[in-house]
Every structure is written in structure tokens, then in C-alpha cells.
Design a protein around this ligand. Structure first.
Ligand code: URA
Length: 228
């Protein structure tokens, strides 16, 4: 599916009368904006989805956790083993670190954010998702964004950055910068698993940079909170 068509998925004037039961089986069947009314409906479909081959090996599709009213959406890459087993995103080691990072800047993981992934099913051996898998799954993420309506989207790592907004620049070059996309503020940040591999807290280290970025996110969140 071209990125043009993906962006059109936000245009609910295009909502056709579609047979939603046919969606999970065929990646060629588009999922127009407005197909789903709730995150639960998306979850129900994703757990029956075979738009790519990952549907054959998943235990659970992983849709999201957190507050669906939150101003911040955090987008990760893909479920790993813990996520596949529990059906919840970021519950392994990188998830624990992510929770700690959020708490350290004063964001509550249960009330202030919603956490989701670019793709909803675990790739075998935790390999990165393929372009085809991302494309097949993207309508679900776009529908999540339409329903959740976050003001801030944090893109953790290159897969989230490229998968959602099709930006192919290196995370290390553009992390911490606000990018306007579909009337929302997106910020690319390091993926927590990268921070686990780079534990130094020295100035200019990835962890130190993440701390700067998350303080900027918290400041923007405070500003937006004050105006809603
Ligand atoms: N767990 C997730 O849910 N997503 C990631 O990107 C990594 C771990």
C-alpha cells in the first residue's frame, strides 16, 4: 500500500461500507478510517488477523496498554516473547526501563500515556518486522491513532519512525526534535532496548540524551495540559 493511501486512511469521508469480517484475512482489503469504534474492536480483529504470516505464530496480538484518554502515545516496534505471552506491550526488560524513564520525569504509566507498537504480532526470534508486515499492520495503528487522538506521539527507534511517518533518517540524528505530522507533535526517541545495551549515564551518552528528550516531552505535556 502506498504511503499516500495510508494517509488517506485518516479521511473518514472515504469510509466505504466494507465487510469488516473480511479484513483480517486479506492485506489487500483496505481498512478505511472509521472502521473501528474502539480499541477493543481493533484488538478483537487483530487477534483474528492473517493479513501477514505472523498471524500463524502469535499467541496474542498486542494492541496496547495505558490510558486511552492520554495526551501521549508511545509507539514501539513489535511484541517480543513476554508481550506475545501476555498480550501487553513493553512488559519485558525494555518495558520496565520505559516505565522507569516515564516515572523519572513525572509521567504516570497508567494515566498519562498509551503504549502501542507498529506491528501487533511477534516476529519469530524477535527479528525486525519486514516492510510487508508493517504495511499489512499499519491500518490498525492509524485507526488506533484516530481513536486515541493523542497530541504527542513518541516514536521509539527507527522502525516506529519509518513505520508511522515514513521518515528514514537515523534516530541518532533527529532524536529529540519535534516533527509535525497529521496535526500532532511527534518526537523520535531512542528505543529502550538500545539504552539497555548502552547503560552509561555520562553526558552525551544515549541515556543522558534520552533524559533530555523526555524532559522536553514533559514540558510540552505540561503546556498542553494547561490548555485543555
Ligand atoms: N516490547 C514491545 O512491546 N515493543 C517493543 O518495541 C519492544 C518490546
Amino acid at each position: 500500500m502506498s504511503s499516500d493511501l495510508q494517509l488517506n486512511l485518516f479521511d473518514s469521508s472515504q469510509t466505504a461500507s466494507i465487510q469488516t469480517d473480511s479484513i483480517p484475512a486479506n492485506a489487500k482489503v483496505p481498512i478505511p478510517a472509521g472502521t473501528y469504534q474502539s480499541i477493543e474492536q481493533i484488538a478483537e480483529h487483530c487477534n483474528r488477523c492473517h493479513r501477514c504470516e505472523l498471524g500463524n505464530s502469535r499467541t496474542h496480538a498486542v494492541i496496547g496498554r495505558g490510558n486511552s484518554e492520554a495526551l501521549i502515545l508511545i509507539v514501539g516496534e513489535a511484541p517480543g516473547q513476554n508481550e506475545d505471552e501476555t498480550g501487553l506491550p513493553f512488559v519485558g526488560r525494555s518495558g520496565k526501563l520505559l516505565d522507569k524513564i516515564l516515572e523519572s520525569v513525572g509521567l504516570n504509566v497508567e494515566t498519562d500515556v498509551f503504549i502501542a507498537n507498529v506491528i501487533k504480532c511477534r516476529p519469530p526470534n524477535n527479528r525486525p518486522p519486514t516492510a510487508k508486515e508493517i504495511e499489512a499492520c499499519k491500518p490498525y495503528l492509524l485507526e488506533q491513532i484516530r481513536i486515541l487522538d493523542p497530541q504527542i506521539i513518541l516514536l521509539t527507534g527507527a522502525t516506529a519512525l519509518k513505520g508511522l511517518i515514513n521518515d528514514k533518517r537515523a534516530i541518532s540524528k533527529i532524536r529529540g526534535q519535534w516533527i509535525e505530522w497529521e496535526n500532532r507533535l511527534c518526537m523520535p526517541i531512542f528505543h529502550p532496548s538500545y539504552l539497555l545495551r548502552n547503560p552509561s549515564r555520562e553526558p552525551e551518552s544515549p541515556k543522558w540524551l534520552m533524559w533530555q528528550d523526555m524532559q522536553a516531552v514533559k514540558a510540552k505535556w505540561d503546556e498542553l495540559k494547561g490548555s485543555v
